[in-house]
Design a protein around this ligand. Structure first.
Ligand SMILES: [Zn+2]
Length: 217
């Protein structure tokens, strides 16, 4: 995929954040690694989702410095860039403050794996990352430390919101959509009583099947 195609893909994926109700105003962003290059494509800072175009996307290096583009990149660029530097298998990163998932983050509580859909996509609980201030590497470090060796492609950064990773940007967006969906369902379940846990061996079996056999081959 060329730079230009990737700019379009990343611009278009922001519409999915709006479609699924994951963002208010401009508070959410998508980035993608440029295949075969130490570059990423990311949202410009403070631009409304309806105004995003392929041309307005910003290309940065893995230190978060602008390589191409007229606009300032997302204020979360340092966090995205840290993840790409530390996790070579990651091709896409998404950040949102989606309501239900961020409500779990505000309480610092991981979302327990009590739904088969959670076992499928996350392979267990959705973990909590540390509290970290924006700017510098602290958020990126917290994401990487929490997700390294964890099956979950989503982390709830404490008092802040959701970061997700994927093999590409679309997979990271899917993880952000699913994270909010299960955060809402488990919250509703909690208000009705105590959700039932799923046995670890069943979580493992569900995760294996979904990751290997689900969908079109
Ligand atoms: Zn944020």
């Amino acid at each position: 995929m060329s730079h230009d195609e990737l700019r379009r893909t990343v611009a278009d994926l922001h519409a999915e954040l709006v479609h699924y109700g994951l963002v208010a105003w401009t508070a959410g962003n998508v980035s993608a690694r440029v295949p075969g290059a130490d570059l990423i494509v990311i949202k410009p800072s403070g631009v409304s989702y309806g105004d995003l175009t392929p041309q307005s996307m910003v290309v940065c290096d893995l230190d978060g410095d602008v390589v191409e583009g007229d606009l300032t990149p997302s204020s979360d660029t340092a966090a995205h860039a840290f993840v790409y530097r530390a996790m070579p298998e990651v091709g896409g990163v998404v950040h949102t403050h989606s309501t239900y998932a961020t409500a779990w983050a505000a309480r610092g509580e991981p979302i327990p794996c009590v739904l088969t859909a959670m076992a499928d996509e996350f392979g267990g609980e959705i973990p909590i990352g540390p509290f970290a201030l924006i700017g510098g590497d602290d958020i990126g470090k917290g994401i990487v430390q929490t997700l390294t060796g964890h099956r979950s492609p989503a982390v709830l950064m404490r008092n802040h919101g959701v970061f997700t990773i994927g093999r590409d940007a679309r997979a990271a967006v899917k993880a952000a959509v699913m994270c909010e969906d299960v955060a809402r369902t488990v919250h509703v379940a909690r208000t009705l009583g105590e959700p039932l846990p799923i046995a670890t061996k069943d979580v493992d079996a569900l995760y294996r099947r979904y990751q290997n056999d689900y969908g079109q081959r």
